[in-house]
Write a protein that binds this ligand. Structure first.
Ligand SMILES: N[C@@H](CCC(=O)N[C@@H](CS)C(=O)NCC(=O)O)C(=O)O
Length: 228
């Protein structure tokens, strides 16, 4: 059976967890505690970069959440979660990459910086730009002023999973989605799905996630300073 190395507080692992659940793929989960398990020799053999998620399927190991999602889509194609029509496929990829490259770094910045700092204000401004872009992306491929139910499709796609995890964390960081009506309705659609209810972080887990982010940023900054 497919083995899934994860931790429920990890957003990257949740991408894969949600894909497995939405596709109803049977799997065995292996909990990796992020306060040291990831550096254990047994795990580093599986992922030398000491990151979750990892899946091992039929003896084949895959690291990197986006690569794992593509692998699952190709190997378990039903329900289809990656459209092939050119504009729809480009929309899915844009949403995935903009979430990873533009939204997540700002979420990390908001968690690390004090809420009323100039840096936090800049992060919030950038997040507003991302939310406006995502709203536009829900409108790709439909007549003016109309929106699709999901990114690039009327059915859930891999883009919804990646963006949904980021966007749904924003209210916990003081960013209200109700100013972005189409995105708010989309996020409500996501939260009605059983897989999303099952993997939702409790308030306590979100606090743990924030603690973990602060510890990792500190660790990386110290490492960078020591290498100067
Ligand atoms: N680009 C990787 C990033 C994975 C990643 O950063 N995972 C974090 C948890 S969200 C982790 O395992 N951190 C532990 C560490 O860096 O030691 C992916 O998308 O899978």
């Amino acid at each position: 059976m497919l083995k899934f190395y994860y931790n429920p507080i990890s957003p990257n692992a949740r991408r894969v967890w949600l894909t497995l659940l939405e596709k109803e793929i049977p799997f065995e989960s292996v909990l990796v505690k992020l306060d040291g398990d990831q550096f254990q020799p047994e795990f580093v053999t599986i992922n030398p970069f000491h990151h979750i998620p990892v899946v091992v399927d039929d003896g084949f190991r895959v690291v990197e959440s986006l690569a794992i999602m593509d692998y699952l889509e190709a190997k378990y194609p039903t329900p289809a979660m990656l459209p092939s029509e050119p504009q729809a496929l480009a929309t899915v990829r844009m949403v995935q990459l903009v979430t990873g490259n533009e939204l997540f770094p700002q979420i990390i910045s908001l968690i690390y910086e004090s809420e009323d700092s100039a840096q936090a204000a800049r992060a919030k401004q950038h997040i507003d730009k991302v939310l406006q872009f995502l709203t536009q992306m829900l409108g790709v491929g439909v007549a003016r002023r109309r929106h699709r139910s999901f990114f690039g499709s009327e059915q859930l796609t891999l883009a919804d999973i990646v963006a949904g995890i980021g966007v749904l964390s924003l209210p916990n960081l003081g960013i209200n989605l109700s100013n972005y009506t189409k995105l708010y309705e989309w996020s409500e659609r996501l939260m009605q799905r059983p897989a999303w209810q099952k993997t939702k972080l409790s308030a306590e887990e979100f606090e743990l996630f924030k603690e973990r982010v602060r510890a990792l940023v500190k660790f990386r900054r110290n490492k960078a300073n020591n290498n100067k």
